[in-house]
Ligand binder design. Structure first.
Ligand SMILES: NC(=O)c1ccc[n+]([C@@H]2O[C@H](COP(=O)([O-])OP(=O)(O)OC[C@H]3O[C@@H](n4cnc5c(N)ncnc54)[C@H](O)[C@@H]3O)[C@@H](O)[C@H]2O)c1
Length: 265
């Protein structure tokens, strides 16, 4: 999974899966721009990248703002000179107050789509032209197993992630003639702040045994995952590093599950 000498941008890199991806890329030799709407978190992860002996750059980014995307791209290019790897990881499960809504509403549809789908299009459209000039690049979009299987629990999220898989195929077709690979990763169940929000919503339904949020998460893992264990940000980071390496030069337009067998397709 050698990505030494490469430069990467990881959106939403300040915590959770994005942090795992940033550190995996750094462990495998890349310099990493950690771009996040919470810039203090980006700084913390950029310092961790630095501690691994790579260049960690903390950048402020709101993927819903074209100006912010343009500023982030200009800064990353200004510092690194070129961007070899883009990981579109920033994503959300619902708008503010989603945890206490039985049914997601228009606020959730708009907020989720603006970040999970249009955010990926915005950042890719800003960075891919620079990759095209160099006839080289690797783009990795973080989708979800939720994009492969619909659910009545949170349709806006599932539909957005199905959109990420479709967008990945569209980008892969458009960019293949320019020697740019585009793939998606579909993570399973990971205990991050996103799942803290999901279990906060779960906890509103009858919970006679008084399970903690972490115990509710573990119950999901045991009920749904054949291998019987949760996935980790390292798992996702390791696959991202592989897809960003030349070992994956003939893989494009794919969506790969990392879900302990929850989905088998
Ligand atoms: N946790 C899981 O089980 C799971 C499963 C499948 C897919 N995913 C996907 O993985 C990705 C990361 O999720 P996570 O679990 O680490 O969640 P998280 O909430 O811990 O991390 C999301 C990151 O995105 C950043 N972000 C949010 N809005 C942003 C914006 N407008 N601009 C820039 N950055 C923004 C946040 O600050 C945060 O650092 C998401 O796309 C999510 O949908 C997560």
């Amino acid at each position: 999974m050698d990505v030494s000498g490469k430069t990467a941008v990881v959106t939403g890199g300040g915590r959770g899966i994005g942090r795992g991806i940033s550190l995996a890329l750094a462990r495998n030799g890349a310099d990493v721009a950690v771009a996040d709407i919470i810039v203090e978190n980006a700084r913390g992860v950029a310092d961790e990248v630095g501690a691994l002996g790579r260049w960690g750059l903390a950048l402020s980014l709101d993927v819903t703002s074209q100006q912010s995307v343009d500023d982030m791209t200009a800064r990353a290019l200004g510092e690194f000179g070129a961007i070899d790897i883009l990981v579109n990881n920033a994503g959300v499960i619902g708008a503010a107050g989603w945890e206490s809504r039985e049914t997601p509403d228009e606020r959730d549809w708009d907020f989720i789509f603006e970040i999970n789908v249009k955010g990926i299009a915005r950042v890719t459209d800003a960075i891919a032209p620079r990759m095209r000039e160099r006839r080289s690049g690797k783009i990795i979009n973080i989708a979800s197993i939720a994009g492969r299987q619909g659910s009545s629990r949170n349709p806006p999220y599932n539909v957005s992630k199905a959109g990420v898989i479709s967008l990945t195929q569209a980008q892969a077709q458009a960019l293949a003639p320019h020697n740019i690979n585009v793939n998606a990763i579909c993570p399973g169940l990971l205990w991050t702040p996103m799942w803290e929000r999901i279990t906060a919503r779960d906890a509103m339904t009858p919970n006679p045994q008084g399970k903690t949020q972490r115990q509710l998460f573990e119950a999901h893992v045991q009920a749904q995952i054949p291998l019987g264990r949760e996935q980790t940000p390292d798992d996702i980071g390791n696959l991202a590093a592989f897809l960003a390496s030349e070992y994956a030069m003939n893989i494009t337009g794919q969506a790969i599950n990392v879900s302990g067998g929850l989905l088998m397709n």
